[in-house]
Design a protein around this ligand. Structure first.
Ligand SMILES: Nc1ncnc2c1ncn2[C@@H]1O[C@H](COP(=O)(O)OP(=O)(O)O)[C@@H](O)[C@H]1O
Ligand SMILES: [Mg+2]
Length: 265
């Protein structure tokens, strides 16, 4: 196996005295699509906040390409949980935002994003405002803004969480096809078992908060997935098995909500 791009080694984090992440170890290989699957409130977004540098680890270490994260020069393009398109900016100007934040001029940024509009199913909508687009199109615009930053690794936080089931299934197929073409190194956070199985090379399953890795599963199904009946049946069996893991009462899990007087959201 090649050296991992991303490596988390026994990472722990608490908000004050609320433990959220406990002893998290994981790796992502170059070109690999890895999902973090866990219940709502388990600490998935917190994990991404550690990666993007919004917060820093209490314990353990994070390395990117073998360097401590603090010396790795912001290697992630991050798509946040809410689509975060600015309602007053046209779609074209929304998709250039990440580049503009990097200090690239608006004209040059537009030249970089424009050719991607067709591939993202957004051609002809450059001058529209976010409110004029469907939910799926808005998420594709947010993803376009993320990938065009050309960073070594993508972080996607529940990118389809707000979509209806049918749109969501369509977006998963579309993202899988895009990933097959571009082979981004990617980490996806989700609470949707089917989504994780459909998209991932590997899945880490998290316990409820404080999150620990309770399972690691290699998804060795041919792509594209979900098209032929045999692959669908295999995927469904894996899904059912993972769901059992997520629903199984965890004897080691200490429910500390009472002692902190706060319920997880
Ligand atoms: N800024 C914060 N301060 C205090 N607690 C927080 C903060 N952000 C999240 N939490 C708590 O940490 C836990 C994990 O949150 P989060 O990482 O957002 O979970 P997930 O993304 O898996 O739904 C939750 O119980 C949440 O209430
Ligand atoms: Mg979250």
């Amino acid at each position: 196996m090649s050296a991992p791009r991303l490596k988390l080694d026994q990472v722990g984090y608490s908000y004050g005295d609320l433990p959220v992440l406990e002893n998290i170890s994981m790796t992502v290989q170059p070109g690999e699509f890895v999902s973090i699957l866990g219940p709502s409130g388990s600490g998935k977004s917190t994990l991404f906040r550690l990666l993007t540098g919004a917060i820093t680890t209490d314990t353990g270490a994070i390395a990117f390409d073998g360097k401590p994260l603090s010396e790795a020069g912001r290697p992630f393009a991050f798509m946040p949980q809410r689509d975060a398109l600015m309602p007053w900016r046209r779609i074209l100007d929304n998709t250039t935002l990440g580049l503009e934040v990097q200090g690239i001029g608006r004209k040059q940024a537009r030249e970089r994003v424009s050719p991607l509009f067709a591939e993202f199913g957004l051609a002809g909508f450059e001058e529209n405002y976010p409110a004029e687009l469907s939910g799926g199109m808005r998420q594709r615009a947010a993803l376009l803004r993320t990938v065009v930053q050309d960073k070594p690794m993508l972080l996607l936080d529940e990118p389809f969480g707000a979509l209806d089931a049918l749109t969501r299934a369509g977006m998963q197929r579309w993202l899988e096809a895009m990933w097959e073409k571009h082979r981004w190194t990617a980490m996806l956070v989700t609470h949707d078992v089917r989504e994780a199985v459909h998209l991932s090379d590997r899945i880490y399953v998290l316990s409820p908060r404080p999150a620990r890795v309770i399972r690691e599963i290699e998804i060795d199904l041919p792509r594209p997935r979900g098209r032929d009946a045999a692959t669908r049946a295999l995927a469904a069996a894996i899904e059912a098995d993972i769901l059992e893991t997520l629903l199984r009462p965890d004897p080691d899990h200490v429910d500390d909500a009472a002692s902190h007087g706060s319920a997880s959201s």
